[in-house]
Design a protein around this ligand. Structure first.
Ligand code: NI
Length: 198
């Protein structure tokens, strides 16, 4: 579950809600594998909108830790599972959880309006921040974190989103500390966070 820089693997797990997707590393559109990068090369500034309609930037979260996860509210299984596990891990962590801001960034801003994100995240607790942006803003933060996402048409004219499933931990300086791959065990996740968060 826990990756160190040395253990970074040359691919990202796709959301299991994805059927028929290709591994990220195999996509010609995304040739820069995470394994070739140091953690310090991932991440970067962002300007997005939260579920209350307020502008949010990465700079606002300096001094706190951030758990950053990318997904979409129509995801049938992995996104709600990951968010539930994140909520569970933060509960297990106890008082240190107050140092961490859990942020869900939608990679489906066409459907995930701030209002939709707010309604969705209420199930996971008031501490969750839901961020959305324009297609260009979304593409930028996804590129910074090497997040794969792609629209997959479904019968009936609707669509699903294929996407990678890592959860990123940012430190108080805004730099990436580590990332976590699903499947996530909330107890182990809480222990790891407890060891890293001061
Ligand atoms: Ni998902």
């Amino acid at each position: 579950m826990i990756r160190t820089p040395e253990a970074l693997i040359p691919y990202m797990l796709l959301c299991a809600c994805v059927a028929g997707g290709v591994l990220w590393s195999l996509s010609a559109e995304h040739p820069a594998a995470v394994s070739e990068l140091h953690l310090t090369q991932l991440g970067g500034p962002f300007h997005l909108t939260d579920q209350t309609g307020h502008a949010r930037s990465d700079a606002e979260y300096r001094g706190r830790y951030v758990l950053l996860y990318f997904g979409y509210t129509n995801c049938p299984d992995v996104c709600p599972t990951t968010l539930t596990q994140m909520q569970d891990a933060l509960t297990r962590l106890g008082p240190k959880a107050k140092r961490i801001v859990p942020i869900f960034v939608t990679i489906d801003p066409a459907r995930d309006t701030p209002k939709a994100l707010g309604a969705y995240l209420r199930a996971f607790g008031p501490q969750f921040v839901g961020l959305s942006g324009t297609p260009a803003q979304t593409a930028r933060i996804a590129k910074e974190y090497r997040v794969y996402y792609a629209k997959r048409p479904l019968e009936g004219g609707t669509y699903a989103m294929d996407h990678s499933g890592e959860v990123y931990l940012l430190g108080p300086d805004g730099q990436l500390v580590t990332f976590y791959d699903p499947p996530l065990d909330p107890a182990a996740w809480a222990r790891d966070l407890g060891a890293r968060v001061e």
